[in-house]
Design a binder for this molecule. Structure first.
Ligand SMILES: [Zn+2]
Length: 249
Protein backbone atom coordinates (compact mmCIF):
# COMPACT_ATOMS: atom_id res chain seq x y z
CA UNK A 1 0.00 0.00 0.00
CA UNK A 2 1.04 3.62 -0.47
CA UNK A 3 2.81 5.27 2.45
CA UNK A 4 0.45 8.22 2.64
CA UNK A 5 -2.88 6.38 2.45
CA UNK A 6 -5.40 7.28 5.17
CA UNK A 7 -7.91 5.19 7.13
CA UNK A 8 -11.39 4.96 5.55
CA UNK A 9 -13.03 5.84 8.90
CA UNK A 10 -10.91 8.31 10.86
CA UNK A 11 -8.49 9.67 8.27
CA UNK A 12 -5.37 8.76 10.29
CA UNK A 13 -2.44 7.18 8.51
CA UNK A 14 -3.41 3.65 7.39
CA UNK A 15 -1.44 0.60 8.50
CA UNK A 16 -3.14 -2.13 6.43
CA UNK A 17 -5.89 -2.81 3.97
CA UNK A 18 -9.30 -3.94 5.12
CA UNK A 19 -11.80 -6.00 3.12
CA UNK A 20 -15.27 -4.54 2.81
CA UNK A 21 -17.41 -6.35 3.69
CA UNK A 22 -15.06 -8.69 5.61
CA UNK A 23 -13.48 -11.42 3.51
CA UNK A 24 -14.72 -14.19 5.80
CA UNK A 25 -18.30 -13.56 4.63
CA UNK A 26 -17.29 -14.89 1.21
CA UNK A 27 -16.97 -18.71 1.10
CA UNK A 28 -13.53 -20.20 0.47
CA UNK A 29 -13.10 -22.29 -2.65
CA UNK A 30 -12.17 -25.43 -0.69
CA UNK A 31 -15.53 -25.35 1.10
CA UNK A 32 -17.78 -25.00 -1.91
CA UNK A 33 -15.93 -26.58 -4.85
CA UNK A 34 -17.79 -29.90 -4.53
CA UNK A 35 -21.10 -28.10 -4.99
CA UNK A 36 -20.44 -24.92 -6.95
CA UNK A 37 -18.19 -24.59 -9.99
CA UNK A 38 -17.49 -20.93 -9.36
CA UNK A 39 -15.58 -18.64 -7.04
CA UNK A 40 -17.36 -16.41 -4.56
CA UNK A 41 -14.28 -14.26 -3.97
CA UNK A 42 -14.11 -12.27 -7.20
CA UNK A 43 -12.70 -8.73 -7.06
CA UNK A 44 -13.20 -8.23 -3.34
CA UNK A 45 -13.16 -4.58 -2.31
CA UNK A 46 -10.43 -3.29 0.01
CA UNK A 47 -9.83 0.08 1.65
CA UNK A 48 -6.89 1.45 3.67
CA UNK A 49 -7.42 1.20 7.42
CA UNK A 50 -5.76 2.04 10.73
CA UNK A 51 -5.47 -0.74 13.34
CA UNK A 52 -8.43 0.51 15.36
CA UNK A 53 -10.83 0.44 12.41
CA UNK A 54 -9.75 -2.87 10.93
CA UNK A 55 -12.57 -5.34 11.53
CA UNK A 56 -10.33 -8.34 10.89
CA UNK A 57 -7.86 -7.19 13.54
CA UNK A 58 -10.61 -6.67 16.09
CA UNK A 59 -12.24 -10.07 15.26
CA UNK A 60 -15.46 -8.21 14.65
CA UNK A 61 -15.54 -9.82 11.21
CA UNK A 62 -16.02 -13.38 12.50
CA UNK A 63 -18.88 -12.31 14.74
CA UNK A 64 -20.61 -10.62 11.84
CA UNK A 65 -20.10 -13.70 9.69
CA UNK A 66 -21.59 -16.02 12.31
CA UNK A 67 -24.61 -13.77 12.87
CA UNK A 68 -25.38 -13.22 9.20
CA UNK A 69 -24.73 -16.49 7.42
CA UNK A 70 -26.89 -18.58 9.74
CA UNK A 71 -30.04 -16.55 9.26
CA UNK A 72 -33.17 -18.37 8.18
CA UNK A 73 -34.22 -17.27 4.69
CA UNK A 74 -30.74 -16.82 3.28
CA UNK A 75 -29.77 -18.58 0.07
CA UNK A 76 -28.20 -22.06 -0.23
CA UNK A 77 -24.63 -20.79 -0.45
CA UNK A 78 -25.03 -19.18 2.98
CA UNK A 79 -26.18 -22.53 4.30
CA UNK A 80 -23.06 -24.24 2.93
CA UNK A 81 -20.88 -21.45 4.32
CA UNK A 82 -22.51 -21.82 7.72
CA UNK A 83 -21.95 -25.59 7.70
CA UNK A 84 -18.23 -25.24 6.85
CA UNK A 85 -16.26 -22.10 7.62
CA UNK A 86 -18.61 -20.68 10.24
CA UNK A 87 -18.79 -24.01 12.02
CA UNK A 88 -14.98 -24.19 12.17
CA UNK A 89 -14.67 -20.73 13.59
CA UNK A 90 -17.38 -21.38 16.20
CA UNK A 91 -15.55 -24.59 17.15
CA UNK A 92 -12.37 -22.59 17.68
CA UNK A 93 -14.24 -19.94 19.64
CA UNK A 94 -17.26 -21.56 21.33
CA UNK A 95 -18.32 -18.42 23.17
CA UNK A 96 -18.55 -16.30 20.06
CA UNK A 97 -22.34 -16.66 19.74
CA UNK A 98 -24.72 -17.15 22.64
CA UNK A 99 -27.23 -19.90 21.86
CA UNK A 100 -30.55 -19.55 23.69
CA UNK A 101 -32.01 -22.85 22.54
CA UNK A 102 -32.91 -25.13 19.65
CA UNK A 103 -36.16 -24.97 17.72
CA UNK A 104 -37.83 -26.46 14.65
CA UNK A 105 -39.00 -24.13 11.93
CA UNK A 106 -41.71 -25.38 9.56
CA UNK A 107 -41.72 -24.07 5.99
CA UNK A 108 -44.13 -25.61 3.45
CA UNK A 109 -44.53 -28.70 5.61
CA UNK A 110 -40.76 -29.26 5.83
CA UNK A 111 -38.97 -29.07 9.14
CA UNK A 112 -35.70 -27.20 9.61
CA UNK A 113 -33.69 -27.34 12.81
CA UNK A 114 -32.75 -23.81 13.90
CA UNK A 115 -30.87 -22.29 16.80
CA UNK A 116 -32.11 -19.20 18.57
CA UNK A 117 -29.38 -16.73 19.35
CA UNK A 118 -29.13 -13.44 21.15
CA UNK A 119 -26.92 -11.11 19.20
CA UNK A 120 -24.83 -8.24 20.46
CA UNK A 121 -26.68 -5.46 18.67
CA UNK A 122 -24.14 -2.72 19.34
CA UNK A 123 -21.35 -4.86 17.96
CA UNK A 124 -23.33 -5.65 14.82
CA UNK A 125 -24.34 -2.02 14.30
CA UNK A 126 -20.70 -1.00 14.61
CA UNK A 127 -19.81 -3.54 11.90
CA UNK A 128 -22.48 -2.23 9.53
CA UNK A 129 -21.35 1.33 10.17
CA UNK A 130 -17.78 0.29 9.31
CA UNK A 131 -18.98 -1.31 6.06
CA UNK A 132 -20.96 1.80 5.14
CA UNK A 133 -18.08 4.17 5.86
CA UNK A 134 -15.70 1.93 3.93
CA UNK A 135 -17.96 1.75 0.87
CA UNK A 136 -18.46 5.51 0.99
CA UNK A 137 -14.68 5.95 1.05
CA UNK A 138 -14.26 3.44 -1.76
CA UNK A 139 -16.82 5.20 -3.97
CA UNK A 140 -15.97 8.83 -3.17
CA UNK A 141 -12.32 8.62 -2.19
CA UNK A 142 -12.96 10.69 0.95
CA UNK A 143 -14.00 10.08 4.56
CA UNK A 144 -17.67 10.32 5.51
CA UNK A 145 -17.86 12.98 8.25
CA UNK A 146 -21.51 12.66 9.28
CA UNK A 147 -23.58 10.27 11.38
CA UNK A 148 -24.79 6.79 10.56
CA UNK A 149 -28.06 5.21 11.61
CA UNK A 150 -28.74 1.51 11.02
CA UNK A 151 -32.14 0.09 10.16
CA UNK A 152 -32.90 -3.57 9.60
CA UNK A 153 -35.50 -6.22 10.21
CA UNK A 154 -32.72 -8.31 11.76
CA UNK A 155 -32.95 -6.00 14.79
CA UNK A 156 -36.25 -7.32 16.00
CA UNK A 157 -36.73 -9.08 19.28
CA UNK A 158 -39.97 -10.25 20.94
CA UNK A 159 -38.85 -8.69 24.24
CA UNK A 160 -38.42 -5.18 22.81
CA UNK A 161 -41.62 -4.25 21.04
CA UNK A 162 -41.05 -0.53 20.47
CA UNK A 163 -37.57 -1.11 19.14
CA UNK A 164 -38.71 -3.96 16.89
CA UNK A 165 -41.69 -1.99 15.57
CA UNK A 166 -39.42 0.89 14.65
CA UNK A 167 -37.06 -1.31 12.64
CA UNK A 168 -39.87 -3.10 10.80
CA UNK A 169 -41.68 0.16 10.02
CA UNK A 170 -38.55 2.01 8.92
CA UNK A 171 -37.30 -0.92 6.82
CA UNK A 172 -40.66 -1.13 5.09
CA UNK A 173 -40.52 2.58 4.20
CA UNK A 174 -37.01 2.37 2.85
CA UNK A 175 -37.80 -0.75 0.83
CA UNK A 176 -40.63 1.18 -0.84
CA UNK A 177 -38.33 4.10 -1.63
CA UNK A 178 -35.54 1.85 -2.83
CA UNK A 179 -37.64 0.74 -5.79
CA UNK A 180 -37.41 4.35 -7.09
CA UNK A 181 -33.74 5.11 -6.40
CA UNK A 182 -32.67 4.34 -9.94
CA UNK A 183 -29.03 3.90 -8.90
CA UNK A 184 -26.73 1.00 -9.73
CA UNK A 185 -26.66 -2.14 -7.60
CA UNK A 186 -23.00 -3.06 -7.13
CA UNK A 187 -20.95 -6.05 -6.01
CA UNK A 188 -18.96 -8.66 -7.92
CA UNK A 189 -20.31 -11.66 -5.97
CA UNK A 190 -24.05 -11.13 -6.05
CA UNK A 191 -24.90 -14.37 -4.22
CA UNK A 192 -22.93 -13.13 -1.23
CA UNK A 193 -23.17 -9.35 -1.14
CA UNK A 194 -24.49 -6.36 -3.08
CA UNK A 195 -24.84 -2.68 -2.20
CA UNK A 196 -26.75 0.29 -3.54
CA UNK A 197 -26.53 3.97 -2.60
CA UNK A 198 -29.67 6.09 -2.85
CA UNK A 199 -29.53 9.60 -4.30
CA UNK A 200 -28.84 12.30 -1.66
CA UNK A 201 -32.15 13.75 -0.44
CA UNK A 202 -33.17 17.28 0.64
CA UNK A 203 -32.04 16.57 4.21
CA UNK A 204 -28.49 15.77 3.04
CA UNK A 205 -29.20 12.14 3.80
CA UNK A 206 -28.27 9.18 1.70
CA UNK A 207 -29.29 5.61 2.36
CA UNK A 208 -27.02 2.68 1.64
CA UNK A 209 -28.70 -0.69 1.14
CA UNK A 210 -26.57 -3.73 2.00
CA UNK A 211 -27.84 -7.15 0.95
CA UNK A 212 -26.18 -10.30 2.27
CA UNK A 213 -26.81 -13.77 0.85
CA UNK A 214 -29.60 -12.37 -1.35
CA UNK A 215 -31.99 -11.94 1.56
CA UNK A 216 -30.60 -10.25 4.66
CA UNK A 217 -31.07 -6.51 4.17
CA UNK A 218 -29.47 -3.80 6.24
CA UNK A 219 -29.92 -0.08 5.59
CA UNK A 220 -27.42 2.52 6.71
CA UNK A 221 -28.65 6.11 6.63
CA UNK A 222 -25.74 8.51 6.20
CA UNK A 223 -26.61 11.98 7.38
CA UNK A 224 -24.43 15.01 6.68
CA UNK A 225 -26.54 17.70 8.34
CA UNK A 226 -24.95 19.90 10.99
CA UNK A 227 -26.72 20.52 14.34
CA UNK A 228 -27.82 24.00 13.22
CA UNK A 229 -29.25 22.68 9.97
CA UNK A 230 -31.07 19.98 11.90
CA UNK A 231 -32.72 22.59 14.18
CA UNK A 232 -33.82 24.67 11.19
CA UNK A 233 -35.68 21.92 9.41
CA UNK A 234 -36.96 19.98 12.40
CA UNK A 235 -40.60 20.82 11.67
CA UNK A 236 -40.43 19.37 8.22
CA UNK A 237 -39.08 16.05 9.41
CA UNK A 238 -40.55 12.88 8.07
CA UNK A 239 -40.82 9.73 10.13
CA UNK A 240 -37.48 8.49 8.95
CA UNK A 241 -35.55 11.71 9.62
CA UNK A 242 -37.12 11.94 13.07
CA UNK A 243 -35.82 8.46 13.70
CA UNK A 244 -32.36 9.40 12.53
CA UNK A 245 -32.08 12.39 14.80
CA UNK A 246 -33.52 10.57 17.76
CA UNK A 247 -36.70 12.56 18.32
CA UNK A 248 -39.19 9.95 17.26
CA UNK A 249 -42.27 10.25 19.40
ZN1 LIG B 1 -9.12 4.60 11.61
Amino acid sequence: MDKDEVCYWCGKLATSREHVPPKCLFPEEKDVKEIYAQSFRNNLITVPSCDEHNMAKSHEDEYLMACLSGRVGNNAIAYVHNATKVKRSRYRNPNMIKIDGEDILKIDGKEFPVQCVTVDTNKLMHSFEAIARALYFYERNKNFKGDCKIVSRIFTHPGYKKWSDFHVRAAKMIEKEQAHWGTEIRGANTDIFTYQFSPVDGFKCQTLALTFYKSTKVYVILSSMTKEETEKVKLKFTFITKAIFGNLE
